[in-house]
Design a protein around this ligand. Sequence first.
Ligand SMILES: [Zn+2]
Length: 501
Amino acid sequence: MKIYCHIVIFIISFCTLVACGTPPVASTNTPTIATQTQTQTSTPSPEATVAPTATHTSTASPTPTTPPQPEIQYVISTELDYVNRTLTVAQFISIPNTSSTAIREIILLVPPNLYQDAFHLKQITWDDGQEIADHALRGSQLSIPLPEPLDPGTTKNIILNYEIWLPPNDASDETGPTPFGYTTRQINLVDWYPFVPPYRDGEGWVTRDPWAFGEFLVYPVANFDINITLKNLPQPVTIAASAPDIGEGETHRYHLKQGRNFVWSVSPSYEVSEEQVNGTTIMGYVFTPDVVAGESAFQATIDAFQLYTELYGPYPHPMLSMVQADFDHGMEYQGLYFLNRGFFASFDGTAGSFLVAIAAHETSHQWWYGLVANDQALEPWLDEALATYSEYLFYEHYYPERLDNFWWDHRVNPYHPAGWVNSTLYNTSGYREYRDAVYLRGAIFLNDLRELIGDEAFFAFLKDYASTYTNQIATGNDFFRLLSKYIDTDLSDLLELYFLR
Ligand SMILES: [Zn+2]
């Protein structure tokens, strides 16, 4: 009920605060965001905006005898000015202290501030309306000193009002992946709002330095309620998102329970596919010229989703969206992934193609990244080696004739992969060395591990790993500690070969 009260305050504050924001580009349109807020305020039951609306059963539901841990909660209302590529945002964050020590300062990560002139903070207040004057935004970190320590089990709520002036997308083969920003036919909102990093006893806020390649963010699970309105639309557009659109009329509403992040992508050029698989809606969004390749990518996503549900366990969310990237990179997010446009162009119509292999790879990230997260900067092998080996499992199951005659011969062996599987983002010389060590040798390690311990133990372990660390941030130590329950074999030679110790 505490959250309920704060949401009401937020909605009231939101009416006042958003109206203060000056659009970065003069617009003659009446801000529709105010209308949307009025609609919200008049909703008889405001808690409907925070209550889970998905009927999907989550494997992570707390048992009735255990009091649920307070969870991070985001309520975000935003208006996208499509022509001017700007967003006006009002955001409520509820931040619980789930550690065992008092917290003296809150750190929020603000990835848009890594882009020049993209993030414009207008106002930041506590939920009682009191302005937080002594905050400091440096790089991607927003530091917020607490007036008094936040004790374990207690919660602090913050309201931010800001604008985002979207940059042109700058993802490239060597420096990405950075889907954030716009192209002529796509606007991508990924890591677009200030978010709460994990907090660990003894370490504090888990923040990692941005890097020229790879991923560096670490995400705790959170609940999301997102309202999106669009203005200045010269033509109809389609929104692809991490969750189903439950809005009505002009307002797009989304609820995502226990997810890592909420992302969305807008384009006037998406051809849309949809299929129900095991109670989840799989969506496909591809550009019109690529619908033929898109059908194969969509089918690979469906096939991979079915296989991984069997191998790793159920997917607890109502939707997964496959989106063709308008840049040369693939990238996974919660409930949505981008598939490299270059793979559509080079698709040869067969399963022996990167389009199909990487569709399987990115789909598996819903388990290895989404369900079980990891420190992407310091232990990237935990999701990337598993996602790359998931490609192998996909081919083994559906296209065994392509294992040698594509996966090994084209995906792995030509690179002569070398390097330590447990390399961090920061101790390799470039993207290629990083990928070869973490992704490719990581997958080879998992294949060797499987041969050593046998299929029964290997797959029982993977399923247990997914289930045990659901909604958590697993570590390499967690991985090997759990693995030790499934083996009576000495792993030291294998570890010596692949892991820097
Ligand atoms: Zn990956």
